[in-house]
Design a protein around this ligand. Structure first.
Ligand code: GLY
Length: 270
């Protein structure tokens, strides 16, 4: 709105969630099966189509800032594990202790509770922020940050740091981002797919629904895919759709900020 940097808006917006303690992003991120928090993030800039990502990053407060540094300060797109951590530290990013016995015990409890209620198949402690920005200058940017799937195998990387899967930005068309079970997103390059659907003329809402329907067609009937998307086009139109009933998304425009319900995907014919 004030004409500032779109990338600053993405980075600082995601900082809020990375610091907020939602249980699955940044500081409060959930542990993997070895009790270690490994964070994933990416950022993408519309005008120059540049991107940066980090995966399996340990002990850094703001993975989104590490991803931005990868984009802006290296020749690379994706850094993983110890290399990503060393790079973040060299860049002066804040190091924090993300692991704790309490966190691990809490995750184990959630997992046990989930096993006793198989109807609620959404993985415990699993969440992601995908944030899309259309600046006053008409340019797009986006970012994504998560600790990934709770109890994941050490080294598992989900959709969030994979450009085209957890996030995609095309400055001529629009941007899309994902939350949910990364394995079901990355096998379909789903954010890229949504942007391509918008390129074909679909609204962001239609594109999100169409992507989910495309994915569902290939998957076992009745499977809880846990895939949820947000999209924003070049004209400022936005939309979302998800298979998780509780999925909500937020839209902020000059003078207003709203949390909107999951519009659903309607009935899917097979
Ligand atoms: N969507 C985040 C993940 O599955 O890692």
């Amino acid at each position: 709105q004030r004409g500032g940097s779109n990338l600053d808006a993405v980075e600082q917006g995601i900082w809020v969630t990375e610091s907020a303690g939602d249980g699955s992003v940044g500081l409060s991120g959930g542990p993997n099966a070895a009790g270690v928090v490994q964070l994933d993030a990416c950022i993408m800039n519309g005008p120059d189509h540049k991107a940066g990502s980090v995966a399996g990053l340990e002990g850094i407060r703001h993975p989104i800032s590490a991803a931005r540094r990868v984009m802006e300060k290296t020749r690379h797109v994706l850094l993983v594990g110890e290399g990503a951590r060393m790079f973040a530290l060299e860049e002066g990013l804040e190091s924090v202790e993300l692991n704790s016995r309490e966190k691990y015990d809490l995750w184990q409890k959630q997992r046990a509770a989930q096993k006793s209620k198989p109807a609620e198949k959404k993985p415990a402690g699993h969440d992601t922020i995908a944030l899309l920005v259309l600046g006053a200058n008409g340019n797009l940017a986006g970012g994504c940050s998560t600790s990934g799937l709770g109890g994941k195998l050490p080294g598992r990387v989900g959709d969030s740091p994979i450009i085209g899967s957890g996030l995609y930005v095309d400055n001529e068309v629009g941007a899309a981002g994902a939350t949910g079970l990364g394995e079901n997103v990355m096998r379909y390059c789903a954010s890229f797919l949504i942007v391509e659907f918008m390129r074909q003329g679909m609204s962001p809402q239609e594109a999100c629904v169409k992507a989910i329907r495309r994915i569902i067609q290939n998957e076992p009937k009745g499977a809880n895919l846990s895939i949820n998307f947000v999209a924003l086009d070049k004209h400022g139109r936005y939309g979302a759709a998800g298979t998780d009933g509780g999925f909500q998304y937020s839209v902020t425009m000059p003078g207003s900020s709203r949390v909107l319900p999951n519009p659903g995907i309607g009935t899917v014919e097979r």
